[in-house]
Design a protein around this ligand. Structure first.
Ligand code: HPA
Ligand code: ZN
Length: 337
């Protein structure tokens, strides 16, 4: 049932977005604009033709197109424009804090310098902080379909910039690339004082979630859907207050779930898991963060209290200081009242 009061609550709640791949916010119109200005040939006639190609049957299907799309990102200005467009869209959804992922290996392997990528993204984030009042953390992901040696080389490449990067993550093709493959590079990133997170349990088994916790020592889990298959793991997630960054529309589009009504968000809330709502790759999956909130709230009949809990969890599970978390959570409660 449409519920205008619930939609209005979603719109006005302050929120943090914790699972957002900046390259996944490349809208088809931007893809065309960057291709034209950089003289990169893309195999599509129009933005509509691009959207029609976004019909995925699994994660790998999507990743093949996602890496292709990155080919138009070449200059610092491209990374600036991409990030700024996302921030403006996030501001419209009342996002007050973002923790965004970027995939350096998707760019350095094409000959784009690490500094070009970082400078462009960071300049937009700093402008977002000043002009939109959106704070940020920046998380560098390792591509798990590549070797740990390559991840190690990427961490070494990032070391001169390390004060400008807040965490590391792990993304790309999950099955066959367990967290255990990256134990050494995550240990090294931890020694550098970086926050740690990893995609696990999107397509991979509950064991990958355990490995991420035990071997990578991550602070939160990106996705984590399949953790629900393992009751002992659920108990652990609850006891240790591990935040899961769930992405409902992504789950539908990548066939992780059959339809939005099968989203695990309500079950996770009921179990006492610290679940959050995120867009993942909004340009590819048909919605930004409030679209995700509305989709699950509608399909699962979430109560106002549950929607507020999701917004609170987004700040509680962030890498902000305790004082900043408390301030944001107070603002959520004020907006909810
Ligand atoms: N899963 C794994 N890797 C990714 C994703 C995702 O949802 N989005 C971008 N890279
Ligand atoms: Zn993701």
């Amino acid at each position: 049932m449409p519920n205008p009061a619930r939609d209005a609550l979603i719109a006005r709640l302050p929120k943090a977005e914790l699972h957002l791949h900046i390259e996944g916010s490349l809208e088809p119109e931007m893809l065309f604009a960057f291709a034209a200005r950089n003289r990169v040939v893309i195999p599509f006639a129009s933005a509509d033709a691009v959207r029609a190609a976004y019909d995925f049957s699994n994660l790998q299907d999507f990743l093949d197109i996602y890496y292709q799309g990155m080919a138009v990102l070449l200059t610092e200005q491209d990374f600036y424009d991409l990030t700024w467009a996302y921030l403006e869209r996030a501001a419209a959804d009342n996002v007050r804090h973002v923790e965004i992922f970027f995939d350096p290996q998707g760019h350095t392997d094409r000959g784009v310098a690490f500094g070009t990528v970082l400078n462009g993204i960071e300049r937009a984030l700093l402008d977002g902080e000043a002009q939109l009042r959106i704070s940020y953390r920046l998380i560098m992901c390792f591509l798990r379909h590549l070797s740990e040696e390559r991840a190690m080389a990427t961490l070494a490449e990032a070391t001169p910039y390390i004060g400008r990067i807040h965490g590391v993550g792990l993304d790309s093709s999950e099955i066959g690339h367990p967290p255990s493959k990256f134990a050494t590079v995550f240990a090294k990133a931890g020694e550098l004082g970086l926050h740690l997170t990893a995609h696990a349990g999107e397509e991979g088994p509950p064991e990958y979630v355990r490995e991420a916790l035990d071997l990578l020592r991550v602070e939160r889990i990106d996705h984590g859907n399949r953790a629900l298959e393992d009751p002992a793991l659920v108990t652990r997630l609850v006891d240790e207050e591990i935040t899961l960054t769930v992405c409902p529309l992504s789950n539908v589009r990548l066939c992780v779930i059959d339809d939005i009504a099968a989203s695990p968000v309500r079950m996770m809330l009921d179990l006492g898991i610290k679940v959050t709502i995120n867009a993942d790759d909004p340009a590819y999956f048909g919605g930004y963060v409030n679209d995700n909130f509305r989709a699950v709230a509608h399909a699962l009949g979430l109560s106002a209290a549950q929607i507020v809990a999701l917004a609170e969890n987004s700040f509680a599970g962030s890498f902000l200081s305790d004082a900043d978390k408390a301030q944001h959570i107070a603002a959520v409660r004020e907006a909810a009242a």
